[in-house]
Write a protein that binds this ligand. Structure first.
Ligand SMILES: [Zn+2]
Ligand SMILES: [Zn+2]
Length: 281
C-alpha cells in the first residue's frame, strides 16, 4: 500500500514561508495499491489538500472512493476544487457519516456546498458522482478492507478508519477527543476500545496531534488530542509507526519539529506527517 499525504493541517489552511516543510493544506490522505499502476483510488477526507491529488493524476480522471471522517470545513473544503474528480470521465463514490436517519448524503453535503455559500451544489460536479453514507462496520472499497468506528470529537459524528489490504494496514484518526471519555492513565484521554480496535497492530497510525499534553487542559474543549496521546495509543495498540497529523495552523515548521523531537526515544517510531510525502507500507 502507498500512503500519500496531500494535506496534513488541521482547522484551516496555513500558507506562508514558515509552513513549507510540513505544508499548509488541510486533511487529505490518498491510498494506492502498490504496483497496480492505477494511482490512488481510495482517498481519506477532502480537505484543501485534495487539490494536490489532481496533479498526480496527470490528465487522467479520478476513479475511486472518497471517504470522509466527518463534515468539518477542514475535511471537505477541497471537494469543489478537485479537478481530477470534477471532469468528464471521472467516477467518484463519496461516502460520509450519517447525522440522522432522515437526511441523505447529498442533502447533508449540500448544506455546506450550495448557494449562497458556494456557487454550485455537489450534484453539479462534472463526471459521475455518487453520494452515500459510510457503513457502520467493515466494508470493501477499491480493493481495501475498511473498518469503521465512531470516535469522540466535537460537533457532529466523527469516524476513524482502519484500512488494510493483503499486505499492510493503516489507521486514520485525524480528529479525536479522547478526554471526552475520561482523563485516562496520563490525564490526556482514555485509550478506549474503538481507538484501540482501529490502531491494533497497524503498520502506520495517522492520528490527531493538534495539541501537546500541556495544552489539553486549556484547549481540550476544541475536540482534539495531544501528540502524546497519539504515541501512547500507538504503543498500546502495537502500531509499528505513528504519524502525527492535523498540525495546528499556528504551529510552524520549527514548532512541529519540536513536537516530533519529544518522541526521539519512543519505542514506536514517530514522524510528523508532511505534505507531498509518500510512504510505502
Ligand atoms: Zn479537523
Ligand atoms: Zn473536526
Amino acid at each position: 500500500m502507498r500512503v500519500q499525504f496531500c494535506g496534513v493541517r488541521g482547522s484551516t489552511p496555513a500558507p506562508g514561508p514558515d509552513f513549507v516543510r510540513y505544508g499548509g493544506h488541510t486533511s487529505c490522505v490518498a491510498l494506492a495499491h502498490d504496483g497496480d499502476g492505477l494511482g490512488p483510488t481510495l482517498v481519506l477526507d477532502a480537505g484543501t489538500g485534495l487539490r494536490r491529488l489532481s496533479a498526480h493524476l496527470g490528465d487522467q480522471p479520478f476513479r475511486g472512493t472518497l471517504l470522509l471522517t466527518h463534515l468539518h470545513w477542514d475535511h471537505v473544503q477541497g471537494l469543489p476544487f478537485f479537478a481530477g474528480g470534477d471532469r468528464e470521465g471521472a467516477q467518484v463514490r463519496l461516502l460520509l457519516p450519517a447525522e440522522d436517519e432522515h437526511t441523505d448524503a447529498g442533502t447533508l453535503l449540500a448544506r455546506m456546498m450550495s448557494p449562497p455559500f458556494f456557487p454550485i451544489g455537489p450534484h453539479q460536479l462534472r463526471g459521475d458522482w455518487q453520494f452515500g453514507l459510510v457503513p457502520d462496520d467493515t466494508f470493501v472499497a477499491e480493493g481495501f478492507t475498511v473498518l469503521v468506528r465512531e470516535v469522540p470529537h466535537k460537533g457532529g459524528r466523527t469516524m476513524g478508519f482502519r484500512v488494510s489490504d493483503d499486505h499492510s494496514s493503516v489507521a486514520y484518526i485525524p480528529d479525536h477527543c479522547p478526554t471526552a471519555l475520561g482523563p485516562g492513565p496520563a490525564g490526556i484521554g482514555e485509550y478506549h476500545e474503538a481507538a484501540l480496535e482501529l490502531a491494533r497492530d497497524v503498520d502506520l497510525l495517522i492520528h490527531d496531534a493538534h495539541l501537546r499534553a500541556e495544552e489539553v487542559e486549556a484547549e481540550g474543549f476544541f475536540g482534539h488530542a495531544a501528540a502524546e496521546y497519539a504515541v501512547g495509543l500507538g504503543a498500546l495498540a502495537g502500531a509499528r509507526r505513528v504519524a502525527l497529523f492535523h498540525h495546528r495552523p499556528d504551529r510552524d515548521d520549527r514548532e512541529v519539529d519540536r513536537t516530533v523531537c519529544r518522541f526521539a526515544g519512543s519505542p514506536v517510531p514517530v514522524i510528523g506527517a508532511a505534505e507531498e510525502t509518500t510512504l510505502a507500507l
